[in-house]
Write a protein that binds this ligand. Sequence first.
Ligand code: SF4
Ligand code: SF4
Length: 491
Amino acid sequence: MNFASELSLNTAFPICYNLLPHFASEGQEYTALKTCVTEALNDGRIHTFLLSDFLTHHQNFSSLQLAEDILASGGEPVVSLALTFNNRETAIDKLQGYYRAGVRHFLIVSGDYPARATNKPAKPVSEIDSVQLLMLLADFQEKEKIAKGCVVSPFKTFESEQIWQYEKLRRKISVGADFIITQLGYDVRKFDELIQFCVLHGITTPLVANIRITDMQTARLLQARGLPGVKMPGPLLHALHEEASDHQGAIRRTAQTLAVLKGLGYHGALIGNHSTDFSEVKQVLDKAEAFQPDWHGFLGELDFSGPESSFYYFQKDPQNGLNSREPSPLALKHFPSPIYSFSYFVDWLVYVPRGPLFKLTGRFCHFCSTRKFWYAFLWLLEYVSKGVLYGCNMCGDCTLYACGFLCYQTGCPKKLLNGPCGGSIEGYCEVFPEKKRCYWVKVYHNMKGVRQHVTFVAPPIPARDTALHRTSSWINFFLGKDHRKMKFEDS
Ligand code: SF4
Ligand code: SF4
């Protein structure tokens, strides 16, 4: 039985060992990784391994080779495919390559921004996002035989970050994600929140908790590297300081966390450590088995919840420090900004089929589409007006209406159109920490101008047609060439 089938059983609680080479194996030899895999397989409790497709500068082996060796040893690889490094062609090519080698599990992730993930100044690709790749995989010939995972972070500090994480999760599920892995985190109440969110919204897709054996050395490394989106809670850092070099403290805490997460209802776990030393993971598994019957008793010790100001989707349950079933009140809607109000009004006037200027504009756009001079005139008008208002770079397929009238092409470094990545920290963008707000946080604030409960206002947006670049999105819309495929009937 493979990882995905075990997850869906609900009783097996499979463990996946996190071998992500870009973090765990720096300075490690390939043989150390293979030894680790062999030891895990011999132990018998782990037969699934997560590895990254992304090749780092210190990696002297290919990820395909590692995947093949895991398969040859009788294990099951889960390959993490990062889209900051792949366009749609290379992503599917790679996926097919792994598929031919026997890999059946994939984790589709946005990926870290290249400049932060490597010392090489790689140019980001960011051509599609994880939702769009999942949509493209709906046509993948062997789709029935592969399991596609996605990632969500329940560990965000602000409402404007957290709500989008969950909204994007719903999108990923709606376009075919087969299992969900959390981002790395330490707040048990947040882990519980994700389960409660899934219950509330009828999501039955299996949930995998991502945990790491974290001692002081690992904490320092996480902080120094600034692993995108991962925040070490103050009380945990304090506990690590107290423990100093007592590594057993970290093992015990990880085992308690594992027991608690299983008790809470996670379907499986992804576990990693810094040294790729299986004996540490073995100790965690041994202790977690012993701790399991008393998991409720560890909730107090593992309370690393954020400050009062942190957003939690549900109100606190004072009995156990986790979540009640009662959603937390959301921030009140505020007065929309002038640009937002203006854009909203123009959008209704021109783009909504019942809008007063819809037909007239449609006719004019059709007229311009076949006349060089008039096309150039309209193109220039769009270029200047939208350039001034939104920083438009004329991608030809406008999504302003779906993103709070903010342009994702110029607002988000990864050009994410279907929701944020997991990299934001306290509302700031992963790429510009403490300097620039995450694009999607700004979208949230803009959309709060017209609604209290912010959600996506459009269905998942497919990968755009790159042939439309530098053409007029106004004309493309009325000609049915953009993602909306609108059929304009001039009657
Ligand atoms: S046309 Fe493209 S680049 Fe221009 S504002 Fe719309 S989404 Fe942004
Ligand atoms: S703007 Fe937000 S979604 Fe885009 S890269 Fe930055 S943190 Fe990620």
